[in-house]
Structure formats: structure tokens, C-alpha cells
Design a binder for this molecule. Sequence first.
Ligand code: ADE
Length: 237
Amino acid sequence: MKIDVLTIFPEFFGQVFDFGIIRRAKLAGIVEINVHDIREYATDKHKMVDDRPFGGGDGMVLKPEPIFAAIENLTGTCDRDAYPAGTRVVLLSPQGKPFKQAMAKEFADDATHIVMICGRYEGVDERVNDLLVTDEVSIGDYVLSGGEPAAIVIADSIVRLLPNALGSDTSAANDSFSGGLLDCPHYTRPADFRGYTVPEVLLNGNHAEIEKWRFEKALEKTRQNRIDLLTGENGEM
Ligand code: ADE
């Protein structure tokens, strides 16, 4: 898989993709990640990437021209219907569809090239959305200063689902959300830490009992923290 990130703050990404599972996946050739400065695609002499909104109002809006040029360079076209198969152009914005594990899985299974456009300021010229973007995505019901942290979140959650990215085949299957429940609690040595002991069932080697305990604890955790996952309703607000 190839992931390209378009941002006006390329330095923001620093070494963020150089650790752990993502680093290993990059070294193994499972994913290639490149960060691009939108400003490099600006054609005017001041390298302008943003401008005031038509109709007035606060803040600045990212201009369409540099983003169109970047997408054309990265995908070969700025006609959304002509992208090569497996191409997804993702706009990170608080107005997007909620990003969930199921969406991460869908991207990991179906996409071969993901271009992420990090919005900034008051937003991105809507023609980018109308003509280039295949998926407008939000990572949660809060407003970030820009799409950059969201791009990191999305890249991370997708890369760990790519074939052979994790050490063992089963690790992702047991993650929170993949079975509709949150993950169960985990313990490691020492079995007795300052008098706080590990549940006995985990020490006795009875795998059927351990699985049953894990399921019950996952259910309990989900009921406590994310009742909406069980009822289909949002427990908050
Ligand atoms: N940009 C600003 N807020 C965002 C959010 N919640 N998700 C994705 N991109 C964003």
C-alpha cells in the first residue's frame, strides 16, 4: 500500500511513522508513506496556499489550485472517476463520516493507494471535496486545529491491519471493536504487584476458562465504557 499525506505543515509529521508496527511495515515493504508540502504545488510567486472566504467570515480557506495539482501529480488525474483502481482520496475534516474500525478494515482490504488531504483553518475550498475527494472522514466529534493528527491516526489504524504487519495473525482479530466489543483486560508479571494480584483464572492454564473470562470481561468493559456498542444507542449526552 502507498499512503501520501498532503499538508501545509510537513514538519508536523517528523518521525511519527518511524516507530513500532508502522516502522516495521515500512521496512518490510508492506507500506510506503510520503508526506508532501502543499505549498510546493503553489504556482504563484508568493506560494499562497490559503485565501479569505467568499461571503466574508473568520479565518482562511485552503485554495483549490495547489491541491488539484498535487492530486494530479500523485494519481495521474484530477478526475475522481478516472483514479486508478484502489485509489482513495481522503479529506480529513470534522464534517466527515465518523472513522471506525470497520472503515479502517475496508481501507486496508480494498485500497492500494490512499492520499490524505489535511484541512486547516476554516476549511478547504469545497471544490476539492466535490471533484477530488472519495471519502470525507472525521476521527471524532471534536475540532482539531487541522487534519494532521487525524491523518496519523488513520494511517496507523490502517497499516496495522495490512497482511503481515502484525507479528501474529490473531493479534488484530482480538483488538477492541473487531468483534463488536472492547478488548478484555491484560496482565503480565509479576503475578503479585504490591499485593494487587492477577486474576487466578489466568494462571491456571485452562484455556476454555480463560476464553470465557476474557469474553465476560470484554462485555463488562463494553457495558461500562461504551454501552452504545451493545445497544446501538449513544449512551452519552
Ligand atoms: N480536522 C479538524 N477536526 C477534525 C476531526 N475531528 N477529524 C478529522 N479531521 C479534522
